[in-house]
Design a protein around this ligand. Structure first.
Ligand SMILES: [Zn+2]
Length: 115
């Protein structure tokens, strides 16, 4: 799975923020993940637990994850809907001409730390 690679880049970003904000220790990293990425929360948390060891000041950091629904808009009838499975078909007019409104998010929302 790609969770390990995602955690690695998130930790790299978090490390830069830590330096910029002059924080000695990080206690929490809150991330937002769109369901489009099909990321498993437990796998993310486990990866974070093992990978944070390589980062100074992250010893007590915990990862929390907020998931965002995949919302799609139909280009034909403008109907907006949420999907649970990667089937981009409009339930109203059966069109496959759809566009993603949200669900591709992947970023650090906030970080808690000690100066
Ligand atoms: Zn439609």
């Amino acid at each position: 799975m790609h969770e390990g690679a995602i955690i690695h880049s998130l930790l790299e970003i978090a490390k830069d923020i830590k330096v910029k904000e002059n924080l000695k220790e990080i206690t929490e990293v809150k991330i937002v993940v769109g369901k489009f990425h099909q990321i498993v929360e437990e796998v993310m948390i486990t990866n974070f637990k093992y990978m944070k060891i390589d980062y100074e000041g992250f010893e007590n950091a915990v990862l929390t994850m907020t998931e965002k629904d995949v919302n799609v808009r139909c280009k034909d009838c403008r109907h907006e809907f949420t999907i649970d499975e990667p089937i981009f078909m409009c339930p109203k007019c059966n069109s496959f001409e759809t566009e993603l409104i949200s669900g591709k998010e992947l970023y650090i929302e906030t970080m808690e730390g000690i100066q």
